[in-house]
Design a protein around this ligand. Structure first.
Ligand code: CU
Length: 167
């Protein structure tokens, strides 16, 4: 019955002022996600990885729901085959060592594991970079707390890791 009414109203939209309320309802239920995705980020963060296998930041602080544009820069000179770096932010409560161990074997997928569970644990990630390269990722975190980030290039997560504090 409702669908029928809607069709009748939609058809008469130009004919009667009574249809204005029906039109309003339609707009409210329509998703407006796309507009949020193209807006300017609330915060821009730059983090660097170098040839000594180090991030220049160990802790990042962001706010719940903020749109973050994070740029990873590889400030070294070594190629990505020997000193590749990426930035991966994991969901709260993820076992970092377990996740990173899975990532190690995913060379063909830029060290991002493809198993569904491991993929679901990723909140954001850049691609793997070599010296002089950079890559950005935009994300937001919906829940306050402490999250871990790491570089998933084999052997790096022991040193290349840190915390994202979400307030
Ligand atoms: Cu690395």
């Amino acid at each position: 019955m409702k669908t029928l009414n809607f069709h009748l109203l939609a058809a008469s939209i130009c004919l009667s002022p009574l249809t204005i309320s029906a039109d309003d309802n339609a707009e409210k239920t329509a998703p407006k996600k796309e507009a949020a995705e193209v807006k300017k980020p609330d915060q821009e963060i730059v983090i660097e990885g170098n040839d000594q296998m180090q991030f220049n930041k160990k802790e990042l602080e962001i706010k719940v729901g903020e749109t973050i544009k994070l740029t990873l820069k590889h400030s070294g000179k070594l190629p990505k085959e020997v000193m590749g770096h990426n930035f991966v932010l994991l969901a709260k409560g993820t076992n970092l060592v377990g996740w990173a161990t899975q990532a190690m074997t995913a060379r063909e997928n830029d060290f991002i594991p493809t198993a569904p569970e491991a993929k679901e644990a990723i909140l954001a990630h850049t691609k793997v970079l070599g010296g002089g390269e950079s890559d950005s990722v935009t994300f937001s975190v919906k829940e306050a707390g402490e999250y871990e980030f790491l570089c998933s290039f084999p052997g790096h997560f022991g040193v290349m890791k840190g915390k994202v504090i979400v307030k």
